[in-house]
Design a protein around this ligand. Structure first.
Ligand code: ADE
Length: 324
């Protein structure tokens, strides 16, 4: 079936029967359980709306996807990848969480964490650029989130400041897993091969490997060269983001995509005057053409640029620095 419901979340409803026993019924959430509000964003296949759970009054962002449009444009696999990926990424404060999925005749609905602070890109544009303290904080939260999704066997493949959302307390929530790659689970397959033949996840990957390129400015050289993304490709994008937060613009930018790709492949970028030396050292160790030679997550955490950062839970409990 086209729109299967694997991993769909349900809520438990407790009822007391005539004999006084408590019974738990699993109730699937549906459109009628929410009050829909303002539009938060619009994509080519979806609209994100603010919504409130009528029972709990908890606020969510609901991504509404048009089934007919998705089928017509052959994007069914991508929608399934987004759902499967989000279902693997539970319990990290830096990732937009998927709470429920449901559908009606016309649409699919993904009930997500609401990130009311909007996109990091919007905040950055308003400020022009960030100082070292803010870049350290947002860089650390993005890195902690990327480390988590890598630990869960997922490569994002389209990290950029538009996909880094901010919650009401201005902490990071990474979104948009429609182009993510789910790696074979090493616990299920000691040889490192993928699961069963015809596995929907692997099937999607085969097609995508030749067709998908993320956003031009953040695309890694290995994706352009070999059409192959790995965990280190997310760290290339991370290097581009750290550069952009401090400089106010991404390192590789040209009049069109082709010229941008040429600059990336030639590692053609420069640092603006006044770019902090410690940050420059970090960026230079991330923007490395050979993915195997890029600084791995553990070494990034220990780089001098992130000196003083409380990695782990402390980072997320900390008050976000005032933007300057
Ligand atoms: N725009 C897209 N996804 C969103 C979310 N989860 N929260 C707020 N705005 C969004």
């Amino acid at each position: 079936e086209e729109w299967s419901e694997r991993g769909a979340a349900v809520s438990a409803k407790q009822e007391t029967d005539a004999a006084g026993h408590t019974q738990t019924r699993l109730v699937k959430k549906g459109v009628k359980d929410f009050n829909f509000g303002r539009t938060l964003g619009e994509g080519s296949y979806s609209t994100v709306l603010a919504a409130t759970d009528r029972q709990t009054l908890k606020e969510y962002a609901i991504k509404v996807l048009d089934k007919r449009h998705i089928i017509k444009e052959k994007k069914v696999k991508y929608v399934n990848i987004e759902r499967d990926t989000l279902n693997r990424l539970t319990e990290h404060p830096g990732i937009v969480r998927l709470y429920y999925t449901f559908q009606d005749e016309r649409s699919l609905y993904f009930v997500l964490d609401l990130a009311s602070g909007g996109e990091l890109l919007g905040v950055l544009k308003k400020m022009g650029s960030f100082d070292v303290e803010c870049t350290r904080f947002y860089g650390a939260e993005i890195l902690d989130s990327v480390a988590y999704l890598h630990s869960r066997g997922i490569i994002h493949r389209d990290l950029k400041p538009e996909n880094v959302l901010l919650d009401r307390d201005m902490h990071v929530k990474i979104t948009d897993f429609g182009t993510a790659k789910i790696l074979a689970d090493p616990r299920r397959s000691a040889s490192g091969n993928s699961g069963a033949p015809g596995d929907p996840i692997d099937g999607a990957e085969t097609d995508r490997a030749v067709s998908f390129v993320g956003t031009a400015e953040y695309v890694s050289p290995e994706l352009l060269r070999d059409k192959n993304a790995c965990k280190a490709s997310d760290l290339w994008a991370f290097g581009c983001i750290v550069y952009q937060l401090l400089a106010g613009r991404p390192p590789f930018k040209a009049a069109n995509e082709y010229l941008t790709f040429q600059k990336i492949l030639a590692l053609e970028y420069t640092f603006p005057d006044g770019f902090p030396e410690v940050a420059r050292d970090l960026v230079e160790r991330l923007l490395v053409l050979e993915p195997a030679n890029r600084l791995p997550v553990e070494h990034i955490r220990n780089h001098r640029f992130f000196e003083g950062v409380q990695w782990g839970k402390g980072l997320w409990r900390q008050k976000a620095p005032r933007l300057k």
